[in-house]
Design a protein around this ligand. Structure first.
Ligand code: FES
Length: 129
């Protein structure tokens, strides 16, 4: 059964119980992106050890889909090598959630893009060391 208008059960579940919400003090990488379509904003914080993402949190001013996709992206990225995590795409995230309604696909960009920004930030900080 679909809960809500065209949302999968997984989307609803992550929306109701989002994982990894919050802020990390002194993150090793930080990414922030705005969604030009709706104006919503997403921030992602990562802790990295030996190029593995050991902790990740997100904060968003976004819709339910943005919350669900961020929750899923943090779950997917945690424990991954940064070079693996940077390959996660918005489609991977939507697939893991059993799909998003087409008019909501743009919301999944926020989560994946913010993760990519956080990893790029981590990499650029490390190059300076
Ligand atoms: Fe803005 Fe979904 S409507 S992220």
């Amino acid at each position: 059964m679909m809960a809500g208008v065209g949302y999968s059960k997984k989307v609803m579940e992550h929306f109701m119980n989002p994982r990894n919400v919050g802020v990390l003090e002194n993150p090793d990488g930080y990414g922030k992106v705005g969604n030009p379509i709706c104006g919503d904003v997403m921030e992602i914080f990562i802790k990295v050890k030996d190029d593995i993402i050991t902790d990740i949190k997100f904060k968003t001013f976004g819709c339910g889909s943005a919350i669900a996709t961020s929750s899923m992206v943090t779950e997917l990225a945690k424990g991954k090598h940064v070079d693996e995590a940077i390959k996660l795409t918005r489609n991977d995230v939507a697939d893991e959630l059993d799909g998003l309604p087409p008019q909501k696909m743009h919301c999944s960009n926020l989560a994946a893009d913010a993760l990519h920004e956080a990893i790029k930030d981590y990499k650029s900080r490390n190059m300076k060391k």
